[in-house]
Design a protein around this ligand. Structure first.
Ligand code: BV8
Length: 226
């Protein structure tokens, strides 16, 4: 009996905590040009704009609190007698502040800075600026530790291993628009996992799921966890 549960979360799980999603009616990509603030080219062209974008989201995140969906997943990790692996596309720390551990941030973290010169990572200050020097090598080549479009997501080997051994795969609060995350359900299903989508509305990959539960994450996730 495969008792590993792999959970993929997206911006929808943090929506009720007040953090914006990307592709909903008032989503972030309706206010910002993705190519200008979430690509390496955008950062090279205008690092100040990109830092402003992430400085604003870091401030938002500090003012937000985990919601019952985050708490329910932490409860599942505590009580389930197998592994519960949370893979998140989110760059906020609400899973951790909601009590979860071993969260895999495949798109990076708002709370970390990265030096493009020496690869050093450190806890990001509240605000980062283009000429910040790296705390280790001193070169002003610092950036948010975020995986932008066209960059390779983090921990892919580990994630693929988890998907291959999952008994259950659940996707929560994600539109299924961004790859490779949107393809995880197919990989899990092919490996024999039971798949469930918990989302406000059908995602772009809803047909790949064996089970769907629609509604707000703060209601559907605690009900699913029990
Ligand atoms: C990669 C930065 C290769 C962090 C993000 C051309 C050139 C290069 C690449 C590509 C290309 N064409 C396609 C690609 C691949 C590309 C891609 O998928 N593009 C899409 C747009 C077509 N992907 C990449 O570039 C990735 N890298 O492919 O590298 C590779 C891959 C594998 C192995 C080797 C090499 C990199 C992708 C990461 C990009 N970074 N953001 C940040 O700023 O936050 S992506 C961005 O979208 C966020 O990270 C976000 O997490 C992610 C997914 O969005 P969602 O989380 O799903 O949010 P969304 O708003 O879309 O949906 C919210 C959902 O919640 C909705 O369904 C809504 O109904 C629901 N909801 C709302 N409220 C609630 C709710 N549900 C429940 N309760 C509620 N209350």
């Amino acid at each position: 009996m495969r008792d590993k549960i792999v959970i993929l979360t997206g911006a929808g799980i943090s929506a009720e905590s007040g953090l914006g999603t990307f592709r909903d009616v008032d989503g972030l990509w309706t206010k910002y040009d993705l190519n200008e603030v979430a690509t390496p080219g955008g950062f090279a062209r205008n690092p100040a704009l990109v830092h402003d974008f992430y400085n604003a989201r870091r401030a938002n995140c500090r003012g937000a609190a985990p919601n019952p969906a985050h708490a329910a997943l932490a409860r599942l990790q505590r009580h389930w007698d197998g592994d519960v692996v949370i893979v998140t596309q989110n760059v906020d720390d609400l899973h951790e502040r909601g009590g979860a551990n071993d969260v895999i941030h495949m798109h990076g973290e708002l709370g970390q800075g990265l030096c493009a010169a020496c690869g050093h990572r450190w806890p990001a200050p509240d605000e980062m600026f283009p000429d910040d020097a790296c705390p280790r090598c001193g070169v002003p080549a610092t950036r948010p530790d975020i995986v932008w479009f066209g960059e390779i997501p983090y921990f892919m080997d580990e994630i693929l291993l988890h998907l291959g051994g999952a008994g259950v795969f659940a996707a929560i609060g994600t539109s299924g628009e961004v790859y490779p995350a949107a393809g995880f359900v197919e990989l899990a299903a092919r490996a024999g996992a039971h798949t469930v989508e918990l989302n406000l509305e059908p995602s772009s990959v809803v047909s790949a799921f064996a089970e769907t539960r629609f509604g707000k994450a703060s209601e559907t996730v605690p009900a699913w966890v029990g």
